[in-house]
Design a protein around this ligand. Structure first.
Ligand code: GAL
Ligand code: MG
Length: 945
């Protein structure tokens, strides 16, 4: 058997981590694209692969060629090998450190490459391999590396020969270090980032460090040569020779500083021994002073997202174009910061962030969450891998790689020591390691401020900022701002879990964030849904869809954009709260404030009032305001920069109330029914339930207007829904206890109850009638409030023929809106097809509601059904039951009708899949009243409506 290393964490033959750069030959033309370097030889593309069940089966792999085709970089799972598995926090192998499973799949990758052997050196670089690999060149052992997201560089000069060279790589699925790579993701395997050769002079530059500062209007750039030879550095026209391990400082008069708003980069050219490195330098400062996080001296905020490497068709193997697409999309959504959760990104990603302007919290490849869950309970301390001395070196190495490889990137403004690994002694050592290497502020979240009152311990951790995930806005004030002992700034490394429909409640987060400079902002969890597109059947797959027994279901479908980067309402809500302009109304003035610290905002302001659009050019200096005169009354304001909307606001007065003049009714009992004639319509009231059983209007017949407390649980209802189920809320039906019929009205006292349980609600329903309509007023009170925090909703649902497929409405739209997720939307009149009113979530759920409607009117071309007076409504081609029962979008049954829901109240969405329940004010009140009118009309032919 060949020499095995993967049961330990020592790499073999891997060069010490250095800053990422690509050397060019001195006579290559200047370029920032590494493919243009004649010293860079890409090994991406066609390789051969042979899968082995276990490592011993792969013995002497370097003597063979791989048998099947594979394109590098990629994940083997997309080539039919191994299996897809999504696990959030539990290890996908038995917890028995340092051992990994004996059945440990191994993949032999091979290819040949022609090399012209000179006296120059040959290096091979792997930018990412999950989880570890053995490297053989021409049959000779060249080394072994682990840490999936580090850059592994080997000197293979002595192994290569002139002409054809054979490269053999054995990728192994698990290694001891896998205990430190328990990130919430699909567990992919393979050479998933680029591979290349670097052909370099015998003596050459190895490493360097660039640090910048600014004093007054001047900038300073310190270049530290961390190589054993002299190099020359050219900056702003000045060329300096810098001896081995020496520094030089360039001064830049009137420096243009780098920020995410102003991503200005200076060129630097480093030369040594026939090589040129084209560096780009962003001059900026980062510091924590007086409890504030300061960039270029300003208390900036992070309007951030957490980003994993994920693509639905490629897994974690992203191309530069994929990364750029994401960055441009983020910028278009007003995102200004990314946390590389929970491992360093590709070096290309950082370069793009420098260029396009995104702040980066660069996180070490480290998470050992599963150790807290390994005994079936939840105990961070007992089995902590970061408390295990056997893993000390590797915890440090992971952090050292993060810092050394990406230290020269101006976009990196914070180092993160890793995620969810507990504050074991190894973490404390890692903190010291990072601090010794770089001055940037250091972040780590997995330390428990509130544990047994050990707050002091938390403050004394030495970490430079407080970090929290999923805390409530109240916590931010009560437990952080009001804590006199706490002097550091606070960042939310994760907040607003964007699973399914939502997140709700961004308003409170951002009102709180904007209330103090000590809040650094936060990073939404997370950028994109991890839905896999693989296999014959259509649609995105999540945990469990591949038959794996350990998985976490659709918990990976928690992005603010879909796997293919499509938007949902939550995306637009994020964009709104991340917008750089604030709009306020002051009399007839619209006051527009630029929240940016560095960049002026120049754009076109479009104001719409009474249907008239007026456009004006505005230029708002950073942190300043301009005022624009407007007319009284409602207005919409949008600001466009280069034709793209970047910010918006609406000022709208109270909603319209419906015309309603009660008419006299005639009534007649028939069994359980009360037949009513009122105006043009006939109604049958069910005297058992107090509901309308049917309506005859304009020659058409409509069915039951059902009392309804239910909604198809959203992902953010994932916890409370179990309480709802336990109370059989979806089966609870009204029972009439008393009624009274007069010549204009019918009144019921009802209770709403499910079998075996106490009534959940009591209410008075009052039916009155107009020529074409019925109004249902309610006065209700929950009688059972002890077992769940709030009801999903309260209202009525009416099933219509699917020929009612056209809808006109005036409400917050046109994507869905809820009481805690609507500020992004304009209240307006919209028309749509019913089929488009449902947002196709990967796991079907409540969707398509519209907040504060004036009216909603359905039509089948002949008849109309119009609802008014509700606080929210939806018209959907599916019932709540259909949505709830389908596990995937493509499993939804065929459309069997149009479901009109009109709600007195609809609870907010919140972010409780990870985080707090919706705030009190967003819950269906336990006591309330309201009135909803249903109007049944007929479209006159030639009626131009
Ligand atoms: C956090 C964790 C993330 C992710 C999220 C839930 O606790 O840091 O990696 O698992 O929860 O989606
Ligand atoms: Mg985790």
């Amino acid at each position: 058997m060949f020499k095995l290393y993967h049961s330990d964490t020592d790499s073999v033959g891997v060069l010490p981590p250095r800053s990422y750069y690509i050397p060019f030959a001195s006579d290559d033309k200047k370029s920032y694209d590494r493919e243009d370097s004649s010293r860079f030889v890409s090994l991406d593309g066609a390789w051969k692969i042979t899968p082995y069940e276990s490592v011993p089966d792969a013995d002497r792999f370097w003597e063979r060629d791989g048998t099947d085709d594979i394109v590098v970089p990629s994940c083997v799972q997309y080539y039919g090998y191994d299996r897809f598995q999504y696990s959030n926090d539990r290890y996908p192998f038995p917890f028995d450190p340092p051992h990994v499973p004996n059945v440990n799949p191994a993949y032999h990758y091979s290819r040949r490459i022609d090399i012209k052997k000179t006296d120059e050196k040959v290096y091979i670089v792997f930018e990412g391999v999950d989880s570890c690999f053995y490297l053989y060149v021409n049959g000779k052992e060249a080394g072994y590396s682990q840490i999936s997201h580090r850059i592994s560089e080997f000197d293979i000069t002595d192994c290569v020969k002139d002409g054809s060279n054979k490269i053999d790589v054995l990728v192994v699925k698990w290694n001891k270090g896998s205990y430190l790579e328990d990130q919430d993701k699909w567990r992919f395997t393979g050479i998933f980032r680029d591979v290349y050769l670097l052909i370099r002079p015998k003596k050459h530059l190895t490493d360097y460090k660039i640090e910048t500062d600014s004093v007054g209007s001047d900038g300073s750039v310190t270049f530290e040569n961390k190589s054993g030879i002299s190099v020359s550095a050219e900056f702003c026209g000045e060329v300096r020779s810098v001896k081995a391990n020496q520094k030089t400082i360039f001064t830049v008069k009137n420096a243009k500083l780098w920020s995410a708003e102003t991503p200005f980069l200076y060129d630097m050219r480093i030369e040594a021994c026939g090589e040129t490195v084209y560096e780009r330098v962003g001059i900026r400062t980062v510091a924590i002073k007086n409890g504030l996080f300061l960039l270029n001296g300003k208390p900036i905020k992070f309007y951030g997202v957490n980003r994993h490497d994920f693509h639905p068709d490629k897994g974690c193997a992203l191309s530069k174009a994929d990364m750029l697409d994401d960055i441009l999309l983020m910028k278009s959504l007003n995102v200004n910061a990314v946390r590389t959760s929970h491992y360093p990104a590709s070096p290309l990603f950082y370069e793009l962030c420098d260029e396009y302007g995104l702040y980066v919290m660069s996180e070490a490849d480290l998470e050992s969450h599963g150790s807290a869950k390994c005994d079936g309970g939840y105990d961070w301390e007992k089995y902590a891998i970061t408390g295990n001395p056997d893993f000390r070196k590797n915890v440090e190495e992971r952090n050292v790689c993060n810092v050394e490889e990406h230290k020269n990137r101006p976009c990196v403004v914070i180092w993160s020591l890793g995620n969810e690994s507990y504050w074991g002694v190894n973490m404390k050592n890692a903190l010291r390691e990072v601090e010794a290497r770089d001055a940037r502020p250091i972040h780590y979240e997995s330390i428990f401020a509130d544990r047994n009152g050990e707050k002091e311990y938390y403050i004394d951790s030495g970490l430079h900022m407080v970090s929290k995930m999923y805390c409530s806005p109240e916590w931010m004030v009560n437990s952080y701002i009001n804590d006199e002992k706490e002097t550091r700034p606070l960042v939310l490394c994760e907040y607003a879990h964007s699973m399914g429909n939502g997140p709700g409640g961004l308003k409170e987060y951002w009102e709180t964030m904007e209330s103090s400079d000590r809040f650094m902002g936060g990073f939404i969890w997370e950028w994109a849904d991890h839905g896999v597109r693989y296999g014959k059947d259509s649609g995105f797959k999540y945990g469990g869809d591949f038959g794996e027994y350990l998985h976490d279901g659709n918990f990976c479908i928690d992005g603010i954009v879909s796997p293919d980067r499509k938007f949902k309402a939550g995306t637009l809500q994020m964009k709104y709260y991340y917008q750089p302009l604030k709009f306020e109304r002051n009399g007839d003035q619209l006051v527009i404030t630029n929240k940016n610290y560095f960049a002026a905002l120049t754009g076109e302001l479009v104001i719409t009032q009474s249907g008239k659009r007026t456009a004006t050019e505005i230029c708002v200096p950073p942190r300043e305001s301009v005022s624009v005169k407007t007319n009284d009354g409602d207005l919409k304001a949008e600001c466009f920069v280069n034709g793209r909307e970047i910010a918006r606001a609406q000022f709208v007065s109270k909603k319209a109330s419906a015309n309603f003049t009660p008419v006299k009714i005639t009534s007649e009992y028939n069994g359980h029914a009360l037949n009513i004639a009122a105006g043009k319509n006939k109604y049958v009231l069910d005297m058992r339930s107090g509901e309308i059983e049917s309506v005859v209007a304009g020659g058409a017949v409509f069915g039951r207007i059902k009392f309804n407390l239910w909604r198809a649980p959203t992902d953010n209802d994932m916890h409370i829904k179990h309480k709802w189920y336990a109370r059989f809320l979806k089966h609870a039906v009204p029972q009439v206890r008393r009624y009274c019929v007069t010549d204009t009205a019918v009144e019921f006292d009802i209770v709403v109850a499910a079998d075996g349980l106490l009534p959940v609600l009591k209410a008075k329903l009052l039916y009155t009638f107009d020529v074409e309509s019925v109004r249902i007023a309610i006065d209700y009170e929950q009688t059972d409030t002890s077992k769940f925090e709030f009801l999903p909703r309260i209202g009525f649902v009416l099933k219509l023929c699917s020929s009612f497929d056209k809808i006109k409405y005036a409400a917050y739209g046109e994507a869905e809106t809820y009481c805690d997720m609507y500020e992004y939307a304009f209240k307006d009149e919209y028309e749509s097809r019913v089929a488009d009113m449902y947002h196709r979530y990967i796991k079907p759920q409540e969707s398509g509601s519209h907040f504060l409607p004036d009216y909603a009117e359905l039509s089948d071309g002949i008849s109309t059904v119009r609802a008014e007076g509700m606080r929210s409504f939806s018209v959907l081609p599916y019932s709540a039951d259909m949505l709830e029962s389908a596990m995937h979008d493509h499993e939804l049954p065929p459309v069997d009708g149009t479901y009109l829901s009109a709600d007195y109240h609809m609870s907010g969405l919140g972010t409780n899949s990870c985080g707090h329940l919706p705030q009190e004010k967003y819950r269906t009140p336990s006591k309330g009243s309201g009135a909803i009118t249903f109007r049944f009309g007929r479209k006159e032919s030639g009626d131009g409506e």
